[in-house]
Structure formats: structure tokens, C-alpha cells
Design a protein around this ligand. Structure first.
Ligand SMILES: [Zn+2]
Ligand SMILES: [Zn+2]
Length: 361
């Protein structure tokens, strides 16, 4: 602990709608709670949710705020009640939850993920675009040696979110999962689903992400450019994946997983979801999703959302990534590059994969 400096480099958001600013004199977090650890950050991912915070749709407890909720690094200090499964020097990542209330129905029923009175690092309290970050040890994810810090960072939100969402789909091997939106989450979802032995249809309306997933080690069974192929034709292509075409099978995908925001993506996903199938919502569109009663009543489609991940699912996920050698397509930056170079790339139309900041690699 003697080596921990008093000040650190960090990125801060000072006002909603404003630009990020780089600082080199921010106080290192101190006064750990009993269950907290201090992580010396190695790498930290930039998530789509960051823009919702920047625009004030998700509100911080106070500004300025250090963004990023995808940290990996090394434990350098620990509160007195942290579980002995963790020790100083451990390589870890952390989900963004912190200090769930412990008293609401969800906390009392073992679902603290749904607590409405918690903090979230990088969203309501300071996050990982800094040399040090406090984290609630209940949400720590041990990082297997096979996974580098920069590869581990995107798993803490993007990876955890899609792995949990796919687990919640409850598909059987050989069933068809259509993944709509092939950004950072989508290209991980394709790999997870292939390794789980589902048939995977990857859908986007941009050529770059479609090309990216076709070149993955675990590539989809079918890619569809939704800017060229309408839902009716997409269903015909999806049907070619049905190994046994029996009269018992309805056309379309067993489950559609929507990982993007435009409303047209939900309309398309719903249209290609098989009768009695499920559409899982992970994107966070700013407009309401349109659903016809016919889809719910006569086609018996189930629509459900999926929030981040339980800690158990996240810990399974990193082991799964290590076992299968799943890779995230990343583009790396320094902390100093966040306000300008990284943000320019984030807003460029042909952005693909995941933006990761190497804080101290
Ligand atoms: Zn996120
Ligand atoms: Zn609670």
C-alpha cells in the first residue's frame, strides 16, 4: 500500500452534454469500505452506456464523474471484510454494481442486480478511466491468466451482458439464435453462441460488422445484410439452417437477440422470430419499441429484457472465454487520447469492435 500515490491520471465528465477532460492531478480514491477493494487499473473499456451518462439520461450522483465501467487490473488494497477468495496482487475485473441496499425485495431474494438503490461505477460514481478505482468486492470477477487485461476489460460489461442474455434464452443445442446488431456486444454474442453449439444468424445493416463476424474464429452459420434483404427473404434463408424440416417447425429463428438501438431493428427481429419464439431486448432505444398484439397473442411471441449479468454468470463467462480462446476485436488508446482521438473514432460510421483504454499496461 505504501506504493499508492496521492494523485492519479483520470478522465472526467464535468457537465452533461460536455466533452471529457484529461487530468493528471485527481486524488486517488481512499477510505475503502469494509467490502471494497482498490484496483490499480490496467485496461478499461468504453461502453455505449457512457453516452447515456454523458447526455444526462443516466444521472451521476455528482459531477465531475470518471467514466467507464469495464475495469481490469490488480488489487492493491482491500477492506477488512473482503472474502478471502481475493488477495492483494490478484488479477481481476469488476461488474459495475456497488453497494446494493441489502433491504429491498430483490436484495433479499438474491437478485441484487435488480436493486434500485445501488451505485454503479462509471455511471453514478467514479469508474475506471483512471489509474485507480474502488470496486465492491461482491462484484469482482477473477481474471484467468489466459485473458490479457485489455481483452478482459470489454468482458466486464459487453461480454457479461451478452453471455447472461444468451444463457437466459434457454436455447437447446442446434436451435437457431438470430443476433441483430453486430457491434461490440454482437460480435461477442456470435462467438459465445457458436461455442454453445447453437445455429447463429448474424444480422446488421452495415458491411463492416458483417465482414468482421465472418472472419471470426467462431463465425456465424449465416450473415444477413438487413439493408439488402427484407424480413420475408431473411426467414427463407434462416429456414435453410433447419436440420430437419418437419411440418412441426415454424419458419424463423427460435430466439432473436437485439443488441442495437434503432427501432427498425426490433421490427425486423420480431418479424423473423418463429411462432412461439422469444425476442430478447438488450439494446436501449430512446423511442418505444413497437409490438403488435398479433405477435403477442396469435404468434405467442415472448418479449423479455436482459440486464447486465449476475455475478455467477459473469464468473462462468470469463472461464468460458478462456477455455474457447474467444477474442474481442479491440482498438486501444491511452487515457490522454480519450477526449479527442477515441471519441472521434467512436462517432465514425465504420467503427467496429470495442474501444479499450490501456491505462497502465
Ligand atoms: Zn456497459
Ligand atoms: Zn436492494
Amino acid at each position: 500500500m505504501a506504493n499508492i500515490p496521492k494523485t492519479m491520471k483520470a478522465i472526467r465528465l464535468h457537465e452533461y452534454g460536455g466533452d471529457y477532460r484529461f487530468h493528471d492531478d485527481i486524488p486517488v480514491p481512499s477510505n475503502l469500505d469494509d467490502y471494497e477493494v482498490l484496483i490499480a487499473i490496467k485496461s478499461a473499456g468504453f461502453c455505449h452506456t457512457e453516452m447515456l451518462v454523458r447526455d444526462g439520461i443516466f444521472k451521476a450522483k455528482q459531477l465531475p464523474l470518471i467514466p467507464s465501467h469495464e475495469p481490469t487490473g490488480i488489487i492493491v488494497a482491500m477492506g477488512t471484510k473482503v472474502s478471502n477468495e481475493f488477495k492483494l496482487g490478484d488479477r481481476v475485473g469488476a461488474l459495475n454494481l456497488s453497494h446494493s441496499c441489502g433491504q429491498c425485495p430483490d436484495c433479499l431474494n438474491g437478485k441484487p442486480l435488480y436493486c434500485e438503490d445501488f451505485n454503479a461505477t462509471g455511471i453514478t460514481i467514479d469508474g475506471a478511466f483512471a489509474e485507480y478505482q474502488k470496486a465492491d468486492s461482491h462484484w469482482l470477477v477473477p481474471l484467468p491468466d489466459e485473458i490479457s487485461f485489455e481483452q478482459g476489460a470489454p468482458l466486464m460489461c459487453a461480454g457479461a451482458t451478452v453471455f447472461n442474455a444468451i444463457e437466459r434464452c434457454a436455447l437447446k443445442k442446434g436451435e437457431i439464435l438470430a443476433i441483430v446488431g453486430l457491434g461490440a456486444l454482437g460480435h461477442l454474442a456470435v462467438q459465445f453462441a457458436k461455442c454453445m453449439e447453437f445455429k447463429v444468424v448474424a444480422i446488421d445493416n452495415r458491411p463492416e460488422p458483417l465482414e468482421l463476424v465472418q472472419n471470426l474464429k467462431y463465425s456465424p452459420d449465416l450473415t444477413i445484410d438487413s439493408s439488402q434483404i427484407d424480413a420475408t427473404n431473411a426467414i427463407e434463408q434462416i429456414n435453410t439452417l433447419q436440420s430437419i424440416t418437419t411440418p412441426k417447425n415454424y419458419p424463423g429463428a427460435d430466439v432473436t437477440l437485439v443488441l442495437t438501438d434503432p427501432i427498425v431493428a426490433y421490427t425486423y427481429a420480431l418479424a423473423i422470430t418463429k411462432k412461439h419464439g422469444t425476442m430478447v431486448v438488450v439494446g436501449q432505444p430512446r423511442e418505444p419499441i413497437q409490438i403488435e398484439f398479433r405477435d403477442l397473442i396469435f404468434r405467442d411471441i415472448t418479449v423479455k429484457g436482459s440486464l447486465l449479468s449476475s455475478i455467477e454468470s459473469a464468473r462462468r463467462m470469463v472461464k468460458f472465454v478462456a477455455k474457447h480462446g474467444i477474442q474481442t476485436e479491440i482498438k486501444t488508446y491511452s487515457l490522454e487520447e480519450v477526449p479527442n482521438k477515441m471519441m472521434e473514432d467512436f462517432h465514425s460510421a465504420n467503427m467496429k469492435g470495442k474501444l479499450v483504454v490501456n491505462v497502465s499496461l
